[in-house]
Design a protein around this ligand. Structure first.
Ligand SMILES: [Zn+2]
Length: 210
């Protein structure tokens, strides 16, 4: 039978539901009611489109929360201004994907969701890992400097005798002597030099997210 001549198709999988005894799709097990047109599609094209729409929504359901989470966490790594830019990219990109989906181009809509994700998620995950490495390293440096104050009565003049756990990120951390704030000060950045973190024994942990 030519499927285009059929009148009812499963909303889940597009399977032809004509002349069935039961109200369960034999292909996917989805329920439908032959007397309720909201529970089935009336053309193979609509069923096909609905299938793709579901795939897009499923993918967006996973990627969009991740995009937003990554964008919000970027406050700590690249600062306030760039975080707002990322949120703007996420919101505009996904609204565009919605608009494209409504015009019945689900594959382009899906591509749009994926492109927005690729613009945000991999870079922010990498910065998140860097954030953890640098924070761990800073704690070690603080311990090293405080130990030096306990042993010698003064902080180390520099970090030349300190052994970095993560040498690849050592250039992100700057150590200075600072008599006013407890002997020494540390400043560091993750993905943006302008968004700087710092620490001194008297001030504690500080962050300037701009
Ligand atoms: Zn089905």
């Amino acid at each position: 039978m030519d499927p285009n001549l059929s009148k009812t198709f499963c909303l889940n999988c597009g399977y032809c539901l004509d002349n069935l005894e039961s109200s369960v799709c034999p292909e996917c097990g989805g329920q439908f009611n032959a007397n309720d047109s909201n529970t089935f599609a009336t053309s193979a094209g609509t069923a096909h489109w609905l299938r793709w729409q579901q795939r897009v929504l499923l993918l967006a359901g996973v990627l969009v929360p991740l995009e937003l989470l990554c964008a919000l966490l970027s406050y700590e790594t690249i600062g306030e201004v760039q975080m707002f830019l990322l949120l703007l990219v996420a919101v505009i990109g996904n609204l565009l994907a919605c608009a494209i989906l409504i015009t019945r181009s689900p594959r382009i809509s899906m591509a749009c969701v994926v492109v927005v994700s690729l613009m945000i998620i991999p870079h922010q995950l990498a910065l998140g890992i860097q954030y953890m490495m640098i924070t761990h390293e800073v704690k070690q440096v603080i311990e090293y400097a405080d130990q030096s104050i306990l042993n010698d009565g003064k902080p180390p003049a520099d970090l030349s005798a300190y052994r970095f756990r993560f040498p690849s990120i050592s250039h992100h951390i700057r150590y200075t002597l600072n008599k006013k704030n407890g002997g020494y000060g540390l400043s560091w950045y993750i993905g943006n030099r302008n968004a700087s973190h710092w620490y001194s024994p008297h001030e504690g942990w500080r962050y300037y997210p701009d």
